[in-house]
Design a protein around this ligand. Structure first.
Ligand code: 5GP
Ligand code: MG
Length: 483
């Protein structure tokens, strides 16, 4: 099977992975946002931004790069005020398009509005065309800008929460939003609750963030999650008011947050992500045992499930693969050539661990298949006698349209090939994926309140409309060869 001959089919969707944060009621609001974004850097490494307000003006600092590089003391000092919202972003396309960096800011007739968005809107293009036909001007290509326009146009509504509710009425897709105006912060989660968003207490004020690991760093206490469909307003004085968008019969929280995306020390739906990942590994060991001497995790994402696998199987676990922490996550490097290079420099086989051994190698997912193919070669070179690859999620067969940057369907090895073909491609002795039922046993919940489209191709919120975009919006990404 010659996978190298397959072509990446360019698609011009803007796919974003992000973290959002907001702090209100503290004169160090921007500084706390900076720290929280730093804790959530794994959710987006391409750009970061913070917008603060002191009630009379909005102050913004946004740039391409990692949080620690984008901000220095001087930049944070230029973000005064009692409220700040922040964002980290990764998008496959438009790497250099600075205008897409968030939070986006707009001036309305009587207020200003800064917005940070995690997720993807599936009918943003359509709404944008309608607005443009009506004379609206857009300065960015991100789907979030349509929300600004829709809220600004809700002129009949009096309060900002009413405007937000009216503006979001026709928006479909995934959105966890944090907004600040001159006098309040608003946290919003789409009615399906696809992306996480939590509320915490921070000194005399409040904090909202995509993940609770941000609370730990700033010393905030977790209060609760923002509910699906909730519009939560918090004033400077700490007054809170919740209203709700129309309820859905079933919510659709992203199960991939548990499998890969969230940090293991975060809490989602009251569950510790690390514990869920261990349970995923234990289920994997039950479904796909192997006659082996050792269990080896693929760091970092495969470590918790590997521990669970080893404990369940009663096998010793060894750190047979050592990671160089100064290389970014291979998958998120924008260029294919850099990604391939990254696999080699990122992980190295620890000498002496593999010689003559039958090993179970555990990772969280196979996307293109390049990582495990290279690992198998490396481990054979290091003397492994048998290699049994085990994956703590089902085959990844569909792209995410709700805010995770999965490559297009054509690049996903499991969307084109059967298990035996994938096994042949990666060159291991056996391959086992966790079943979808196994995933929900580990999560301890019923499947009906989750989105698992990347494993099932069931897009519960629908697919983005295939509508023609104007030439200036389209990415001109060249077709390239998949590896
Ligand atoms: P592959 O080489 O098969 O394309 O990638 C597999 C690796 O990508 C796995 O180790 C997995 O942890 C990682 N991965 C899976 N999904 C994502 C994602 O959405 N973003 C990033 N950065 N890595 C991912
Ligand atoms: Mg990984």
């Amino acid at each position: 099977m010659d996978l190298d001959a397959s072509e990446i089919v360019g698609d011009d969707r803007i796919k974003e992975e992000c973290a959002v944060i907001g702090v209100i009621g503290d004169s160090e609001a921007a500084n706390y946002c900076y720290l929280g974004l730093f804790a959530m850097q794994h959710r987006g490494q391409e750009g970061a931004g913070i917008v603060s307000t002191d009630g009379s003006a909005m102050y913004a600092h946004r740039d391409m790069g990692l949080v620690a590089d984008v901000f220095d003391e001087a930049a944070i000092a230029r973000l005064p005020g009692y409220c700040a919202v922040g964002h980290t972003r990764y998008a496959t396309f438009g790497t250099k398009d600075w205008q897409n960096l968030q939070p986006l800011v707009a001036n309305f007739a009587d207020n200003s509005f800064a917005i940070a968005h995690n997720g993807n809107l599936i009918n943003a293009n359509e709404i944008r065309h309608q607005l443009e036909a009506d004379g609206a001007i857009f300065s960015a290509t991100t789907d979030t800008e349509v929300v600004l326009h829709l809220v600004a146009r809700a002129v009949k509504q009096k309060t900002i929460a009413e405007k937000v509710a009216a503006g979001l009425k026709d928006v479909r897709g995934a959105y966890s939003l944090v907004v600040t105006t001159y006098n309040r912060m608003i946290a919003i989660r789409d009615p399906a609750g696809v992306r996480p968003l939590s509320l915490g207490k921070l000194g005399n004020g409040y904090i909202v963030a995509s993940e609770t690991c941000a609370f730990d760093l700033v010393g905030a206490t977790f209060i609760r999650e923002i509910e699906p469909g909730e519009i939560l307003e918090i004033t400077k004085d700490g007054e809170m008011n919740s209203t709700f968008l129309p309820k859905l019969e079933n919510t659709a929280f992203c199960v991939f947050e548990y499998i890969y995306f969230a940090r293991p020390d975060s809490q989602l739906e009251g569950k510790n992500v690390y514990s869920v990942r261990k349970a995923l590994g234990a289920e994997l060991a039950k479904e796909h045992p192997a006659d082996a001497d050792l269990v080896i995790p693929v760091p970092d994402s495969g470590v918790p499930s590997s521990i669970g696998y080893a404990q369940e199987a009663g096998l010793p676990m060894e750190f047979g693969l050592i990671r160089n922490h100064y290389v970014g996550r291979t998958f998120i490097e924008p260029k294919q050539s850099i990604r391939d290079f990254g696999v080699r420099v990122k992980l190295n086989a620890n000498p002496g661990v593999f010689e003559g051994k039958r090993v179970v190698v555990v990772d969280d997912s196979i996307v293109r298949g390049t990582t495990c193919r290279k690992l198998v070669k490396m481990l054979r070179g290091a003397g492994a006698k048998e290699i049994h690859f085990r994956i703590s999620s089902p085959p990844t067969v569909g792209s995410c349209h709700y805010g995770i940057d999965t490559p297009s369907k054509d690049e996903l090895v499991a969307s084109k090939y059967q298990l035996d073909e994938i096994l042949e491609y990666i060159g291991a002795d056996s391959l086992g994926y966790l079943s979808i039922e196994g995933v929900y046993r580990a999560v301890g919940e019923e499947r009906k309140s989750y989105c698992d489209a990347c494993f099932s191709s069931e897009y519960r919120l629908g697919l983005p409309q295939q509508c023609e975009r104007p030439a200036h919006v389209r990415s001109n990404r060249p077709k390239s060869k998949a590896k």
